[in-house]
Ligand binder design. Sequence first.
Ligand SMILES: C[S@@+](CC[C@H](N)C(=O)[O-])C[C@H]1O[C@@H](n2cnc3c(N)ncnc32)[C@H](O)[C@@H]1O
Length: 253
Amino acid sequence: MNPEADSHFQKDIEYHETIGDEYHKVVVDPRSYLNEMLFAPIAKIVKAGDSMLDLGCGTGHMMLRFGRQFRSVTGVDHSPKMIESARVNCGNAGVNAHFQHQNIFDFLAGNNQQFDLVSCVGCLHHLIPETIPEVMEGIARALNSGGLAIMAEPIMVDADDEPAEIARWNQKAMGRLPQYTTAIDEPDEAPIDADLLLGAISAAGLQIEKQSRSWEILPQNMPPSILDQLVIRFFHWRHGSNGIVMAIAASKP
Ligand SMILES: C[S@@+](CC[C@H](N)C(=O)[O-])C[C@H]1O[C@@H](n2cnc3c(N)ncnc32)[C@H](O)[C@@H]1O
């Protein structure tokens, strides 16, 4: 591995080791109501199958979302702490999960298995952008023909594009939601150029089936109150279609 990539990954691992115990409570749970809407069009085309692979599985968000539809689910992550949380979460949810503590590049390079569903969500924007095409080729190789890949990432939008009413609402929510208890520098992550992502998916021979967008819209309470749910639904309906998060489902012909 070249030194730039090595220090990039080391920083990312250190970050996730520090926040791993709290990530689900701070990041996944507050977004779960909104994510139901973001992933709804994609969930309709996920067919139950034998095997699922989740790259950059973190604390198990995608394994929990779709894993029960598969006989066996493999989660890959380079942070042992994130895997530890995912193992507990999947165990509690009855997902038949196995984990590989590995960098996704090493996993994909050595992998011979083919899966019915491969997800890679919230992970690609942690990589050096030039390496995204290589990951998409690995994902395409790891899919059965007829299988489905699911990606969801923040994409580049103009800073002014976030609707002011969402920004104001989120600011209030941030003051009320759980935060990390340890201060640590963010890893090197950045929204992805949508054209780079979509181009890499097509260049890997995958066919885009569904696309969905959303803004980050947080609840003010956990669990979200009825008012939170109504506001999240309303903002998503009004502004979601040009939001910062892009979810994509693509099939292998
Ligand atoms: C923002 S979290 C997303 C986790 C989960 N997929 C989700 O949807 O909540 C990114 C995860 O990707 C992992 N990750 C980042 N780069 C990686 C790499 N090169 N190899 C393996 N895991 C990686 C991190 O450790 C972290 O758990």
